[in-house]
Design a protein around this ligand. Sequence first.
Ligand SMILES: Cc1cc2nc3c(=O)[nH]c(=O)nc-3n(C[C@H](O)[C@H](O)[C@H](O)COP(=O)(O)OP(=O)(O)OC[C@H]3O[C@@H](n4cnc5c(N)ncnc54)[C@H](O)[C@@H]3O)c2cc1C
Length: 838
Amino acid sequence: MKTHARAVVIGGGVVGVSTLYHLAKLGFTDSVLLERKELTSGSTWHAAGLLPLFNLSYSVGQLHKYSVGFYPTLEAETELNVGFRNVSNIRLARTKDRMDEYRYYAGVARTIGVDVNFLTPEEVKAIWPLCEIDGVIGAIQHPADGYIQPADLTQALARGARNRGATIYRQTTVTAITQLPSGEWKVTTDQGEITCEHVVSCTGNFARRTGAMVGLDVPVIPVEHQYIVTEAHPEIQARKAAGLPEMGVLRESDSSWYMREEAGGLLLGPYEVGAPACYVDGPDPQSEYELFQEDLDRLGPYIETAIARVPAFGEVGVKKVYNGAIAYTPDGSPIVGPAPGLKNFWLNEGHSFGVTAAGGAGWQLAHWIVDGEPTLDMMGVDPRRFGPYAGRGYLKEKNEEAYAKVFTVHYPDEERTAARPLRRFPCHDRMAALGAVFGSVYGWERPAWFAPKGYALSEADLGKPDVLLNENHPEGAPGEPVREKWSFRRSNYFPIVGAECRHVHEKVGLLEMSAFAKFEVTGPGAEGWLDSLFTNKVPTAVGKVSLTYLLTEKGGVRAEFTVYREAPQRFYLVSAGALERHDHDYLIKALPTDGSVRIDKITTAHGVFVLAGPKSRELLSRVTDADLSNAAFPWLTGQTIDIGAAQVKALRVNFVGELGWEIHHPIEMQNYIFDKLFAAGADLDLKPFGIKAMDSLRLEKSYKLIPRELSIEYAALESGLSRFLSMKKPCGFRGKEGLLAWREQGFANQAVTLEVKGVTDADARGSEPIWLGDELVGRATSGGYGFRVEKSLALAMVRPDLAALGTELEITILGERYKCVVIADSPFDPENNALRGV
Ligand SMILES: Cc1cc2nc3c(=O)[nH]c(=O)nc-3n(C[C@H](O)[C@H](O)[C@H](O)COP(=O)(O)OP(=O)(O)OC[C@H]3O[C@@H](n4cnc5c(N)ncnc54)[C@H](O)[C@@H]3O)c2cc1C
């Protein structure tokens, strides 16, 4: 066995072999793959081989698209047939909400270049004559979709990798992985040791075991998944004999199953409620080609709906039931990217549609390893999107839920209930008493909006016949009224959020943002290091606050931080709550090795209240003796002040565009401060507001978010960040040269704010296509209604020649085209007078 390699890939399923193939293709030809048994002997051999292009995630959608385009090319390259059957894929809809999901998805698909057709029930019947169409109101079809033979695909990838110089060792089990003082990795196997620069973990159901070798708690636990293959059916055989085309893959989303032809019979795969997590502590060390005992009782209700839809399915006997482990993560998307805290250790794990995703995931991960960055925005699959809260117990509950909800309607405001409420801030119950309807981010409970006292959905709303499975009527706590109806359109909370926005604008509101990620950077080297890393100049004076960015080497945007200089050698950094682990990982991996800088993650030590609105100064001055005047406490500065007996950091910044302060306080004093503010604010009409109102308020200021308007796919200058890029700093900043080179090549996009005309019940949400005539010229990145300016708004990336103010374009929202016009950024208060308090 080799003793050295550039990269070692662990795991010979379709994902590992694709990773090896793409590493070799990008020049890492001396890479090695280690497989404990035989290639495909994990989950890959028994996969049904479907290649669904459908995915609402921008990242995952592009991985799938790459795979479906790439796999058919393998035969010409390797002379191995991968069994690709381009039979197309039909997804049925029985409700209006499902059709809205498809319309929304069609926009995402259009922006990433995936073809989708809409079909009438009659057209479905013409393609799938064995399918009854009662109750079907429409369908979508992916003409490029189909299925493949997973084992043949893996063998072709393996041959392609070997042809490019890579080596595969089978019957070789990795038993230990250690990092050497040189930074290289030593991979120990039962056949010897290999030293390498990079390790890539692609170990499927063993992901947590492999992670444990290097101290990682990988958020992957599989769930049991079954599919049934029937005996041959005479009608299908007759179709074959007549030379008719295969009927393609059929998905009855509203009954949660897929079906396709298989060897003259049918194959049915339900995603059922109640499928248990499996291999919770990993498979048996000897496990290979393993299946579990089938559980037909669990499948019973799904078999019934399948027979009703395709009676032929019930007319033939069951030939075989496959019950295998399918890897899951809490949100159902895979884990592709760098391992947190470990240099040159990479994860390509947690694949539930691994046959579909393997091509794209191997391709992007290889770019990440070889070039330092992927070429696509991979935030949707980044391993660091989960924090340490995602432990074993959480994963069991969440992954079972993710599996059971594969086919539910994925509303943009969908909130799932498993493993909640897990992380609560001290004021949670006080917020609940004020009517908070909570959402969840990074495991935290966070008020999304506030239902007025006694507010509940009416019986008429709840009883609508169109609502299937009660999925868009999430229950609150037992006995609580149902207060929220999820929708792709303006939902029941729309006017209530509007009232919250207007209240902040006219009076004063309090937003709980304790989930913000917070880091303290200290030491004699802190200033110089931050200055050389971040785009904007680090505040030179104590008490100053600045907004700054961390770029990729190419000049795209990786992270955003608010930096408050608290003391000469102490900086307080704040970033998005959901990106805590992501941002922390970039900071610690960039730390100087001379010990001159220290970073402490202090997220949970501090709560944050955003106090905003014209009366915020008057209110705050009632509980503090600090001078809050513009002269003593200007915009973009911070001070340590007292609120009664509690000492807090008050920063005069906010994301809503009104006069206000962020009050960063010791978490254990949160309720004390909460009570003080609400007591002092009663006659000023202080009211809480939620994250939905914040999102509307920030849109009206054209404030940008990662990973929407800001992403590694867009140069910081395309995203309109020029005023935060200090090009003249002598120390430069990470990504400056790349950004200049990018500018030299020319930009393909420009961030703009759009006013959308004529919408009445649905605003843009992000990912809608933007047109000039019939030419696709951009995509929305965010959207919503601005209640202060009374306009439907979208933030978008468009072709730079179309970014001039007044340019008229069109946007597709849920299948309808609307006129939209490029307007000046910050439609609300472009001069920032409210923020400045003038
Ligand atoms: C019933 C069923 C149907 C499915 N149908 C589809 C489908 O239609 N379409 C689709 O896209 N997906 C489908 N899937 C999912 C798909 O099977 C998986 O997502 C995919 O196979 C995952 O591939 P992988 O390479 O990540 O994992 P695996 O195939 O499990 O490979 C991991 C490999 O790592 C090896 N390994 C682990 N630890 C070590 C170690 N220490 N040293 C060396 N080697 C190690 C294992 O032996 C194993 O071979 C289905 C799954 C099930 C259960």
